[in-house]
Design a protein around this ligand. Sequence first.
Ligand SMILES: [Zn+2]
Length: 317
Amino acid sequence: MRAAVVESPLKIRIDKVPLPVPDVGAVRVRLEGCGVCGSNLSAWEGRPWFNYPLAPGELGHEGWGIVDALGSNTTKFKLGDRVAMLSYRAYAEYDVASEESMVKLPENLRNHLFPGEPLACAINVFRRCRIEPGQNVAIVGIGFMGALLTALAAQSGVNVIAISRRKTALQVAQACGAAEAIPMEDHFRIIDQVNTFTKSQGCDCVIEAVGCQGPLDLAGELTRERGRLVIAGYHQDGPRQINLQLWNWRGLDVINAHERDPAIYLRGMEAAVEAVASGTLNPAPLFTHTYKLEELPEALNAMKNRPDKFMKALITL
Ligand SMILES: [Zn+2]
């Protein structure tokens, strides 16, 4: 099969490698596609803690496709089932995963592209926000995750304030139900605008969905006393500084919403499949860019540079 190999930072080649063999309790999937995730950037750009070359297909973890081989002791799936999965080498034509980390896609999603992992991630982050109707919620950073969170929050009856650098992303947030859209330009002006919107109360919950220092600082400033600061951005390119004086004074609940428990991941993925199948969540307009496997460098660069209207890149096979 063909698989993308990150040879060194900013360098990818396509290799021919043997088909992976599913282990006990695992299933092999012929991939139809794989989402390209912001968390890939640190390995793509290079950090001292990565060893290159990476394994064939490695970094791809948002795959979906057709079950093609079953390992021993598998019970959940049959050959030909269409599934979304959490696996780790899905920038390739095939990947294997435990059957405990995949979800069957129902017939009415036949024509849907379905990167399950980021959809599960949005559902799981949203659950950890514990938002209640009538609250003011700011979402700092409107990428794919921020837009999904805007839709989930708006549907549950909260006032969503979307904050983003890009005008087109703010338009997406408004289409997803944001009550207020603020350009991420001037730190103090944003704080003023949020204060005006919330009648000087601040936000009950702020979701930081960028993964950079500046937006994290801003998110802290916007959270009210005893409010909830939810860190959904991926902060794995190095250490951060935090204004603990402020966090401590306001008595904030700070949630690191990066999910680590595979069972909760699976539940999030099941809930995502249900939400999309029943029409309560519609990620399709957010899949703005698709690429072939050999165009993975272009996909990663697009994610980094965020061209106009970019929300999410997918590799399709
Ligand atoms: Zn991801």
